[in-house]
Design a protein around this ligand. Sequence first.
Ligand code: AMP
Length: 409
Amino acid sequence: MTGRVLVVNCGSSSLKYRLVDVAAGEALAWGLAERVGQPSGRLTHSRPGRPPDVVEQPLPDHAEALAAALAAFQRRGPALADAGLVAVAHRVVHGGDRFSAPVLVDDAVLRAIRELATLAPLHNPVNAVGIEVARRTFPGLPHVAVFDTAFHATLPPSAYTYAVPPQWAHDHGVRRYGFHGTSHAFVSRAAAEFLGRPVAEVNSVVLHLGNGASATAVAGGRSVDTSMGMTPLEGLVMGTRSGDVDPAVVAHLHRVAGLGPEEVDRALNSSSGMLALAGSNDLREVHRRIADGDDAAALALEVFCHRLRKYVGAYLAVLGRTDAIAFTGGIGENDPVVRARSLAGLERLGIRLDEERNAAREPGARRVSADDSPVAVLVVPTDEELEMARQTVALLDGHQRDEGRPGSQ
Ligand code: AMP
């Protein structure tokens, strides 16, 4: 697996990029365009070991944001023309049940991504814009779409089927898809590597805890259950999303408070979760408030950890035998209190944290459980961009092999 891949991740008002050397597993440069489409914008371009290059300039749309990124590459390097770029990889949030693996983008794929906007109205349209812009900018390179949902294509029907009228699934795609797939794929493989065992033999529970949060049960490298659902709203308590709530809440609020479904949907996605309960969606701030005696913040953390513990228990049951629990994401990697609270009292289930290891701050994958803990508890920093770049190069390698096969054209 060799080559350098430009990984692009378009959000509604942002564009993130990373130039990845796949063989070395390293980022050569990365950047963020912020406030795209707003009167004032900013581009931050970074390279390892150098101060970031920050330019304040209006970025009226994603085309201008990408142009600003390319200008930064020219100004501060590395020169993209000599970088040995083999492809551009694009993060696409929803692949529905059409895409179970990364695909080379052509016009039909782009159309399909747009059609899937019914399932991800906030994400897929802007992901498609990013692809369009980058295809115009790099017409000679293959463009690959990597889907957040793809890793969960292995969910069994028992895990992805909602107990609702089947026409809803058939006509409108109402089922569990799951998200954060590139992270769950990367972390479950890295956990197996850390344990020195083949991926196919390792069962793990991956807890991706960032501003968005999801848990996945991974059996032998395959996702068999995951907490996010048809959209990223279901499951764990998140920064601004509620996670699980009784769906009857929507009709209730309509009846008693006159709130429309769109309004409730927006509130459940954007002004719920830790932000609603603690007044901040940043766990560092939540801890500060708790230290200052804020009872609401203390309850918020309890709710967060209780939900997490429930999912851990559920996935231990789903897997039957669990080798590892892997924490990742901004919270999972950095918050020893969340790790300790969510796993406290689970010794009978084979989970024994080591207090000192858990409290230590070290880079890289590490064990935070006691040596005699039957289930290894690990902290595994995620690297979604590296995973996307790897999957992209693997796809291209596969295509090249296919083209070299007798009878192929
Ligand atoms: P992510 O979405 O993975 O980038 O994670 C972002 C979130 O990680 C932030 O909103 C914080 O809640 C959390 N976070 C980052 N650093 C820390 C830390 N040192 N301790 C606790 N939480 C952290």
